[in-house]
Design a protein around this ligand. Structure first.
Ligand code: FNR
Length: 190
């Protein structure tokens, strides 16, 4: 069982991206243990706050220290990632020399009601991850045109073709984690 830290870029109670994360959790239930990072209590990034580190920052960095991989599930805001996700990424990348993302394998997924399925946001995010020294999972991509009726908290997804696709994604992400786990590139904290 691999531990996956999941960051959902929406705080909305009925978030479709949270529902997508849950559907991926169901699809990978025999492979992964999903641990959802709590992004709501993170203050807006401010260098000055390192003087008295917020508990939510410590918790996020601790989760990342103990994980086998990361899953970002992002909505698309104005063709990019939402502030809640950008903020979390910034916090865990600091302070200098203590980048918590370094060496971690990451998958990216996202959904929006529009036909591009959050592709714009995902492409932006995927271009950030190597800068953070992360290893990005490439295929299959998960550009999901979402609707509320395609997700079910217990079943994951109500659509058979989508369920098969998500299970294939889980198997391939699992195999990717096996491959890259042998090549830990994590840079030691200075
Ligand atoms: C959006 N939305 C959106 N959708 C999209 O496909 N492309 C976009 O560029 C944007 N831009 C955008 C900006 C802002 C500020 C908001 C609030 C929304 C719509 C968005 O995909 C939709 O609200 C999703 O349902 C958000 O995801 P959650 O909250 O359901 O997970």
């Amino acid at each position: 069982m691999k531990t996956i830290t999941v960051l959902v870029g929406s705080l909305r109670q009925n978030s479709m991206n949270r529902a997508l994360a849950r559907a991926l959790e169901v699809a990978g239930k025999d492979r992964f243990r999903f641990v959802y990072a709590d992004l709501a209590p993170l203050p807006m990034y401010n260098d000055d706050l390192w003087a008295d580190v917020p508990d939510a920052v410590t918790a996020l960095k601790q989760q990342l220290a103990e994980t086998d991989g990361v899953l970002f599930v992002t909505p698309e805001y104005n063709r990019s990632i939402p502030p809640v996700l950008s903020n979390a990424i910034a916090w865990a990348s600091k302070p200098y020399g203590e980048n918590s993302w370094a060496g971690l394998p990451a998958a990216v997924a996202g959904t929006s009601p529009g036909p591009v399925g959050a592709a714009g946001a995902q492409i932006h995010l995927k271009s950030m991850l190597p800068v953070l020294d992360m290893l990005v999972f490439g295929q299959p991509e998960l550009y999901v045109q979402g609707s509320a009726d395609m997700f079910d908290d217990t079943l994951g997804t109500t659509r058979e073709d989508t369920r098969v696709f998500f299970e294939d994604w889980a198997a391939k992400f699992d195999a990717f984690l096996d491959r890259v786990a042998r090549q830990d590139t994590r840079i030691a904290a200075e």
